[in-house]
Write a protein that binds this ligand. Structure first.
Ligand SMILES: Nc1ncnc2c1ncn2[C@@H]1O[C@H](COP(=O)(O)OP(=O)(O)OP(=O)(O)O)[C@@H](O)[C@H]1O
Ligand SMILES: [Mg+2]
Length: 262
């Protein structure tokens, strides 16, 4: 990789439904890939800042501030990047201030393209960039879709999993027709799967019928370690590398790499 000119593929982790595993996926997939030697940048664009706290950087700012200032000022994008405790893994952090951006961006010219402006100059420095979206289809998520090559959609394996996805797919279609024609689906990821219930299996079958080969073969099980790790500010793949949850994210990283190698 080091001999090649980098042009980081940018993947938005999005689903407007809350609590489906977006942040858990961004953290653990990115960490697995970084441990594998890829240079990875995480971008938190959720005012909840769960991604930032999940890698142990809660409340921290880069020299020029957080993603809030990155979106709303002209400071150079690299001045918003923090190192994490994981080698090869960097972060542009977010905090509560970002709540205001959704409103303040409305009056900014080319308001849907602010994140693209931040990401483009950084692509040469990384192999992959992940953007962790908030649970809404507002201006922040729109910025992520405009700035990205593809969307990774985590789906909680429960009865209403597919409900509301039409809105996300519709938003993606509008983004494609207007500002980002190449926007692709990176993959649909089944999360919080409980193999003791029939429901999980039924939902998985329905999702595969609908999204076909776009669904990752790897399924993320419901696993208590994945829920515990964020409170320690350590990615689960490091917090308990032997847990089923960690193993699933390592397998997902391998699957993602294999897809792109093919
Ligand atoms: N596979 C899993 N098994 C058990 N708990 C999980 C799993 N994945 C995520 N969790 C926990 O479930 C909660 C929601 O996960 P997460 O924060 O990743 O979802 P999200 O989609 O980013 O949520 P939000 O929409 O609020 O941003 C968190 O407390 C997380 O630790
Ligand atoms: Mg989240």
């Amino acid at each position: 990789m080091t001999d090649q000119i980098r042009h980081a593929r940018t993947v938005a982790v999005a689903n407007q439904k809350g609590g489906v595993g977006k942040t858990t996926t961004a953290i653990n997939l990115a960490t697995s890939l970084a441990l594998d030697g890829m240079r990875v940048l995480l971008i938190d664009i959720d005012p909840q800042g769960n991604l930032t706290s999940g890698v142990g950087l809660k409340g921290q700012q880069a020299p020029a501030g957080t993603i809030y200032e990155a979106l709303l000022t002209e400071a150079p994008p690299e001045s918003f990047v923090l190192s994490t405790s994981v080698e090869n893994l960097s972060l542009i952090p977010a905090d509560r201030n970002l709540t205001g951006a959704e409103i303040e961006l409305v009056s900014v010219p080319a308001r849907e393209q602010r994140l693209r402006r931040v990401i483009e100059p950084l692509r040469g420095r990384y192999d992959l960039i992940f953007v962790d979206c908030p649970p809404s289809l507002g201006l922040l998520t729109l910025n992520a879709l405009v700035a990205s090559d593809a969307v990774l959609i985590p789906l909680h394996c429960e009865y209403f999993a597919l409900e509301g996805l039409a809105d996300l797919v519709g938003t993606m279609r509008r983004v494609r027709s207007a500002l980002n024609p190449a926007l692709d689906i990176e993959g649909v990821l089944l999360t919080m799967y409980d193999d003791r219930t029939n429901l999980g299996q039924l939902v998985a079958r329905d999702v595969r019928e609908f999204f076909k080969e776009k669904v990752f073969e790897t399924i993320i099980p419901r696993n208590v370690r994945l829920g515990e790790a964020p409170s320690h500010g350590i990615p689960a793949v490091l917090y308990d590398a032997k847990s089923r949850g960690a193993a699933a994210y390592v397998a997902l990283a391998r699957e993602l790499r294999a897809r792109h190698a093919a």
